[in-house]
Design a protein around this ligand. Structure first.
Ligand SMILES: *[C@@H]1O[C@H](CO)[C@@H](O)[C@H](O)[C@H]1NC(C)=O
Ligand SMILES: *[C@@H]1O[C@H](CO)[C@@H](O)[C@H](O)[C@H]1NC(C)=O
Length: 311
């Protein structure tokens, strides 16, 4: 039913081409620190592993700041265009399985690695931490991740003109229908606070990794193995609704106006996922950036992420 035909591929390619001209890098040479852990990156919606304007650039900064570091940027599919498509249309649970397999076979990662998620890539990497503990993630950095899901899709990346309205209609119409869940990535972390019970029952991805219906002790144990879990929220985010989701906050159940923080939520008060324990142990770091979605500067990234967690 959902098939990317050639016109859409051309539009995506054009979008990517236009974007590749938009951001320029400033890279400065710093003294080498050769003993750093390898790093795994997982890109966001409508993005790919390796474009020069996004994760390709991040990889360059990492390699420049941490000479000799091994950086693996996850690609789902045979090429970058498929990678973009799969960020909308491939069952997330299948993506997690596939990536788990790939990471466990990568000999560079065998002693553990640090991981950085970009937007939805953040909750996918958290699923890796919970479901796929070998090799272990040491520090997990979530940049604008939607850990309590989203309710709204105000902006939808590179498919803006082609499929955004279609995606929104599908999500409003039947995000929790099985055939939608199995095919539409954003439905798998769609969190409708007006239909909290349906979400808990039928969300095949987010409700599962958030231990909504039942508590999977393995998930708790595995998540608690992280050294630190860094949650970066973008204070002026117009893409993630509600942006509090980036710190595990969300709407209080039953309505879509009033918000609650992680600390006020059942997830925390009942410690369903081990987050309360981690928080008490000082393992969760809440960072915020005064900007829109993922709009951090290279200097911010170097000072607050690389120097703090990756060296
Ligand atoms: C808990 O999660 C693990 C890891 O994904 C899985 O193998 C196991 O089946 C889950 N247990 C339950 C009760 O769902
Ligand atoms: C972010 O939003 C606040 C108000 O919500 C505003 O005062 C501030 O200037 C904004 N910052 C940026 C970088 O847009």
């Amino acid at each position: 039913m959902i098939i990317m035909h050639s016109l859409e591929r051309i539009i995506i390619s054009l979008f990517l081409l236009i974007n590749s001209c938009q951001r320029t890098i400033t890279v400065s040479a710093l003294p080498p620190e050769p003993t750093s852990k390898p790093i795994v990156l997982w890109h966001g919606m409508g993005d790919s592993c390796c474009f020069s304007f996004s994760l390709g650039q991040i990889k360059i900064i990492l390699e420049d700041q941490i000479p000799g570091v091994y950086v693996k940027s996850i690609m789902i599919g045979q090429d970058e265009i498929q990678d973009v498509e799969n960020s909308y249309f491939m069952n997330v649970n299948k993506q997690i399985d596939q990536v788990c397999q790939e990471l466990s076979e990568d000999r560079n990662l065998q002693d553990g690695y640090n991981a950085i998620g970009f937007s939805q890539g953040s909750q996918f990497l958290r699923a890796i931490a919970q479901r796929c503990p070998n090799p272990p993630i040491l520090n997990l950095i979530s940049l604008g991740g939607q850990h309590q899901g989203v309710y709204g899709l105000p902006n939808c990346g590179s498919l803006e003109h082609v499929l955004c309205d279609y995606l929104r209609r599908m999500l409003n119409y039947g995000a929790y229908y099985k055939f939608v869940q199995e095919r539409l990535v954003q439905a798998e972390y769609w969190h409708d606070p007006l239909r909290e019970n349906e979400y808990k029952k039928y969300s095949i991805f987010l409700a599962d990794i958030n231990n909504e219906l039942t508590i999977n002790e393995t998930y708790k144990d595995n998540l608690k193995k992280l050294k630190t879990f860094v949650l970066v929220k973008f204070e002026n985010d117009t893409m993630v609704q509600p942006r509090e989701s980036e710190w595990f906050g969300f709407y209080k159940p039953g309505q879509a106006v009033e918000l609650e923080t992680l600390q006020e939520s059942k997830l925390y008060t009942e410690d369903r996922l081990g987050l309360r324990e981690m928080d008490k142990d000082g393992k969760i770091h809440f960072l915020s950036v005064n900007a829109n979605h993922l709009q951090f500067t290279d200097v911010w990234f170097i000072e607050n992420v690389i120097n703090q967690y990756l060296i």
